[in-house]
Design a protein around this ligand. Sequence first.
Ligand code: SAH
Length: 358
Amino acid sequence: MTEKIDIKSLNFDELKALISDMGGRAFRTEQIYKWLHQKAVTSFDEMTNLSKDFREKLNNKCIITCLNPVKILTSKIDGTKKFLFQLKDGNVIESVLMKYHYGNSVCISTQAGCRMGCRFCASTINGLERNLMPSEMLEEVYRIWQLSGEKISHIVLMGSGEPLDNYDNVLRFIDLITDEKGQNIGNRNITLSTCGLVPEMYRLADEQRQITLALSLHAPEDETRKKLMPIANKYSINELLKACRYYFEKTGRRISFEYSLVADINDNLAEAKKLSELLKGMNCHVNLIPVNPVEERSFQRSNQKAVQQFRDFLISRGIQATVRREMGSDIHGACGQLRKSYQETANRNMMDTKEGEI
Ligand code: SAH
């Protein structure tokens, strides 16, 4: 049997071609697209303005990709919700809903696992499982909207995975989520965070979209950066900043730099000074993130005083800097931690069962 078509990953024109191939009239495309992307239905049976016959035809040929929520945690501190979703193949991913004064933001994963190997990050500990499909990324947003009842206005691609390592699917996801015939989320309300894949940063700039590019810099010098991020062995900070300037030229969008503060590695004033020299004259913003300690890693977060001093120094040099407000710190805040703890419990249970069988 040939594999079914992942209908939610199709753009409008592709859906139109499919419906026409199946003998459907042109106006059906609009109806079906609406059911999928505006109403976020999970089955063809819900498409009540289609004949039963056509619904069955669709069902035989296509699949509506859905995510199955296996765990939802709500922070008692700020209402942030963390969702653990199971994919069709059994993999699990996590997504987060954060409520801000300007709207509701969803942080999505773009891959199951990650192969970038950043030393402080939990998502990468077991490597990359696979890329997520556009439909799966859409589902992270649709399911959270449906489960929480909260309309989503902003999206950050900052969950597990490296978005630019799954370039085509991520771009298609952005196309679909910004489509006015779907959720119609503004490009300006989308932030894509990368550890710094230089060729893909240029490619993204050439798309000339209005999305915000966030670069995980984490150090002002290559040698320090290499201690934290293996990707620093491939691309130098100079090359990264050149790509950032190009992105700004092409899009007019201010670059956002992420800088996770790790005690005694990158958080002293000498580093702040180097960073300020590096970013001088650039239209940018620095997001300081006290590192979230991950059990398997020995890194410690910077103390509050060091964080404030670092921020104040940057500001004194005319660089916009803020400390990222910690959201949901009581519910496995750090990227990939919830997924990992779930996998470990599942593995343990499996081993228990095996022992039981013997
Ligand atoms: N791969 C992309 C996006 C995912 S990570 C990237 O590297 O940008 C989103 C951000 O969280 C990145 O800046 C990443 O470096 C940071 N991050 C990951 N684990 C962290 C931790 N334990 N503490 C603080 N920041 C972390």
